[in-house]
Design a protein around this ligand. Structure first.
Ligand code: FDA
Ligand code: NAP
Length: 448
């Protein structure tokens, strides 16, 4: 253990993707306001440097939200951390405007995120994996005002323990593989795509399969088709054809700030309607432009009398047999259709993600976190897990709150405002604790 074991912070962030970066900025701007006491904070990130889904930074991939939904603007339109401030500093503001496009490339947005994180770098510790959180007091009923976090370095050795009055967990989506299929050097999940692609000899890839009908799958199919002119690309999609992501204005309102309240304070029926009618804004859908790009390639193949892009529709990958260089992929049409096996040099499973799940991280602390009838965490409007009365420290979630706060939970749309709400909550609860009053009403009161 290092001699830093008595460090104590008001807020410790676990994971440093866009959500907690946005929180670090909200804390920075809160401190700079000069009106209130500063909140001490520290963020741990397991990657060795900042990276936002780096393995999917494909050359022509664009953002799926407007650049105005950046790290700060919706909370503070005059923030110096806005995407516009970044463009100004990069000397590209006029060019960006001339381009007349609300959706920058993911590569450009990544540069913006890197620029922003560099400005709060004194509070980020990279190469650090938070491995456990526990109460700072014993396991008994005594009040617990803080939490202890164990942090491992890149070698996996726990070298640091910090104390936190509040933790904000933002560890991101969890890649999901089809049941029973393991990843290896020829079976990849989309979340590891570029890293593995760069380590592979393209000449060895003559027949590749991409499973999934979402944005990741379509982008990877397009990339492989363009990068491997000698190869056949087989898209295995459960639907009849790729479906378009609905980003029309009325539907897009589900990402508005007011929609979080409508969802949070709505009835079960309201929430169910959000999912029933609007899942197609985000899940298993593809941007119009990418669909058209793929169709154009397929059509051009027809014109040339070749077939390099094959769509196996209404089909799912159900298994993989690996033998030497062979990858035999089992494919099933419909749920009770015949299963056939095809041989590929590579299978990319762009089969999506599961929501952030902090249970493992919480370990024994999980007993003090209350759950609803369906076994899901109860979460207050300010994103704080409802905890047993002996817990006075806060556990906040950025992600993993689809069941309470709706579709924006895992997306960027609301991160600026959500981060501001978490800062307000930490400040209000601290003030409440100091003067002995309850602060539930101030921070959005009712619990779900
Ligand atoms: P994110 O996953 O970005 O960050 C979590 C971080 O926590 C990671 O850096 C991880 O290393 C770290 N971590 C995990 N466990 C840890 C531990 N125990 N200790 C320390 N660190 C730990 N949404 C949108 O609104 N618009 C968009 O354009 C896109 N584009 C997009 C592209 C791709 C390829 C994907 C897969 C997803 C998107 N998304 C999206 C959705 C995506 O969830 C969102 O963009 C953000 O990544 C959410 O940011 P977070 O910081 O919450 O998670
Ligand atoms: P996704 O939208 O959840 O899509 C997963 C796809 O895999 C679905 O079509 C699913 O079909 C299919 N699938 C699951 N199991 C399968 C199997 N065994 N065989 C064949 N197909 C199978 O996941 P995603 O595309 O990774 O997108 C996740 C998030 O990242 C979204 O928010 C998306 O917008 C975002 N994203 C953004 C960008 C960008 O900004 N440019 C790029 C990529 C991703 P079923 O639905 O039938 O199960």
């Amino acid at each position: 253990m290092s001699n830093r074991e008595h460090e104590i912070y008001d807020v410790v962030g676990i994971g440093f993707g866009p959500s907690n970066l946005s929180l670090a900025i909200a804390l920075e701007e809160h401190g700079a306001s000069g009106l209130k006491n500063e909140i001490s904070s520290l963020f741990f990130e397991r990657q060795s440097s900042f990276g936002w889904h780096r393995n999917m930074l494909l050359p022509s991939a664009t953002m799926q939200i407007s650049f105005l939904k950046d790290l700060a603007t919706f909370r503070n339109p005059t923030s110096s951390f806005s995407f516009i401030a970044y463009l100004h500093e990069a000397g590209r503001l006029s060019q960006f405007v001339n381009n007349q496009d609300f959706f920058p490339t993911r590569q450009e947005f990544h540069q913006y995120l890197e620029w922003a994180q560099a400005r709060v770098a004194d509070r980020i510790v990279y190469g650090s994996d938070v491995t456990s959180i526990r109460r700072s007091t014993g396991a008994g009923p005594e009040l617990s005002d803080s939490l202890l976090l164990e942090v491992a370095d890149a070698t996996g050795r726990v070298g640091r323990v910090v104390e936190a009055r509040n933790v904000v967990i933002s560890t991101g989506l969890v890649p999901s593989m089809p049941e029973g299929i393991e990843r290896d050097e020829r079976v990849w999940h989309s979340s590891e795509f570029l890293e593995k692609y760069r380590r592979t000899d393209p000449g060895e890839l003559r027949r590749v399969a991409v499973a999934g009908a979402g944005q990741s799958a379509a982008e990877i199919a397009r990339f492989l088709y363009d990068e491997l002119p000698h190869a056949e690309v087989c898209a295995v999609i459960p639907s009849y054809g790729y479906s378009v992501a609905d980003d029309t204005p009325f539907a897009n309102q589900i990402f508005d700030l007011g929609a979080v309240d409508d969802y949070y304070f709505g009835t079960e029926q309201t929430r169910e309607a959000f999912w029933r009618y609007h899942s197609n804004t985000n899940y298993s859908v593809v941007d119009d432009e990418v669909i058209r790009d793929l169709y154009r390639r397929s059509y051009d193949d027809d014109v040339r009398g070749v077939k390099r892009l094959e769509i196996l529709n209404l089909t799912r990958v159900t298994g993989v047999k690996r033998a030497g260089a062979e990858t035999l992929v089992s494919l099933q049409e419909g749920s009770d259709g015949e299963v056939r096996e095809l041989d590929f040099d590579l299978l990319v499973c762009a089969t999506g993600y599961n929501a952030m799940e902090p249970t493992d991280l919480l370990g024994d602390l999980d007993r003090h976190c209350l759950r609803d009838e369906a076994g899901r965490y109860r979460v207050e409007r300010d994103y704080r897990i409802v905890t047993a009365p002996e817990m006075r420290c806060g556990i906040y979630l950025q992600g993993g709150t689809e069941h309470t706060h709706g579709l924006t939970s895992s997306l960027l749309s609301n991160i600026a405002v959500r981060s501001g709400e978490i800062v307000d909550s930490v400040v209000a609860r601290r003030a409440g604790r100091n003067d002995g009053s309850t602060v539930l009403a101030e921070v959005g009161g009712d619990i779900c």
